[in-house]
Design a protein. Structure first.
Length: 385
């Protein structure tokens, strides 16, 4: 997460000198209110400066830092008005910049820009949704890189902003649509169903004839997910309890819950997957393999199931079958770094060191901060000495 203290320390307050040039389109400057200025990296604080040392860009940058991190600053309304007066398109510019930085995984900068946007318009639903999506996607990136505690922290942040967006006086339907997928990722199917149903209720006044292609897609997708959750009884409390127990390290309790669920719902692939997940965490490889195999037979023929099943085969030294599954998974998602990593570990177990190195190098080309691949490469280099 970004260092709030260092950002605040980069700002000093000044009173504009009388000869400071004000943009023609700026509103009336109140010289009694000090303005925040972001110091350039080369600024020597012991050195005197005059008006020529200060630019509007430095002032605007300082205002953005204050909007991001000093939510109780008494002059925030003035700073907001000044910023939007000098840069009327600032919200659009910042939003585009934040999304671009997030896509490039420049997470610290993106986080600071989103914080400034929330300071600029605290009640703007679009900004709240974008903030939630940012932390949601950041959590996925961290989890893929093996940074599980950071991923959990980002999930907590995402949930916070989804809730604020959904509790707004006039909530946007997209707040519920995106939150639905967040709850699906958390295996909280009951809550996912609730928010997808709310999404459909909010857009009920829009007829199919008047909706765009994207709106129609989202409507159909929400209906499909609700139907899928209901048909497989995934909102059952035992299913949610099983996930909570296993994810918190109480695997035996989770296995008890999911087995009880499977007695009533024997054809639900997600339940067999969860059973396999719990057994795999306990390193009961043969039992986990059987559960994941049953998951595939019940319809869970997807990347995650193939990947988990392959791990079991690797641990059981069934290398040929493991490779088939991982190659199949990579065929579905060619840029899945978890699958690439497991191909690397498989190659290592089979004694193919150069092949293993190639896989881990490829992982780092996609995810430079993947600590699992970094550590694996380091160990391979040490072994080859």
């Amino acid at each position: 997460m970004s260092d709030n203290k260092s950002s605040i320390n980069s700002v000093v307050y000044i009173t504009l000198p009388e000869d400071f040039k004000v943009p023609e389109n700026a509103f009336q400057i109140d010289t009694t209110i000090p303005l925040p200025v972001q110091k350039p990296a080369s600024w020597d604080e012991s050195q005197h400066f005059d008006s020529s040392d200060i630019s509007w860009e430095m002032i605007l940058a300082g205002i953005l830092v204050i909007l991001a991190y000093e939510k109780d600053n008494v002059h925030l309304p003035y700073y907001r008005s000044l910023l939007t007066s000098v840069r009327p398109q600032i919200k659009k510019e910042l939003t585009e910049a934040a999304i671009l930085k997030a896509r490039n995984e420049d997470f610290e900068i993106a986080e600071e820009i989103f914080a400034a946007l929330r300071g600029l318009e605290p009640d703007d639903t679009t900004t709240l949704i974008n903030s939630a999506l940012f932390y949601d996607e950041r959590a996925t990136a961290y989890r893929n890189n093996g940074l599980f505690e950071d991923a959990d922290a980002c999930d907590d942040q995402a949930l916070q902003y989804y809730k604020i967006a959904m509790q707004a006086e006039n909530p946007a339907p997209d707040a519920y649509f995106n939150a639905g997928f967040f709850y699906l990722k958390q295996r909280n199917f009951a809550r996912a169903k609730d928010v997808f149903e709310t999404y459909l209720a909010l857009i009920s006044s829009v007829t199919d004839e008047n909706s765009s292609e994207n709106e129609q897609y989202k409507k159909n997708r929400a209906q499909e997910i609700i139907q899928d959750i209901s048909s497989r009884n995934l909102e059952d409390e035992q299913f949610k309890a099983a996930y909570d127990y296993i994810s918190s390290g109480e695997e035996e309790k989770g296995l008890e819950e999911i087995r009880a669920f499977l007695e009533k719902n024997p054809k639900v692939w997600n339940a067999w997957f969860m059973l396999g997940w719990g057994l795999r965490r306990l390193e009961r490889w043969a039992d986990a393999k059987a559960a994941f195999t049953q998951s595939v037979e019940c319809g869970g023929d997807n990347v995650d199931t193939f990947n988990e099943l392959a791990i079991c085969h690797i641990e059981l030294e069934e290398f040929a079958e493991a490779r088939k599954l991982l190659v199949k998974a990579l065929g579905i998602e060619p840029e899945n770094t978890k699958v690439m990593s497991n191909l690397g570990f498989l190659a290592k177990r089979m004694g193919n060191i150069s092949e293993a190195q190639r896989y881990f190098v490829t992982v780092l080309e996609f995810e430079p901060n993947d600590i699992i691949a970094q550590q694996a490469l380091k160990e391979l280099e040490q072994e080859s000495l």
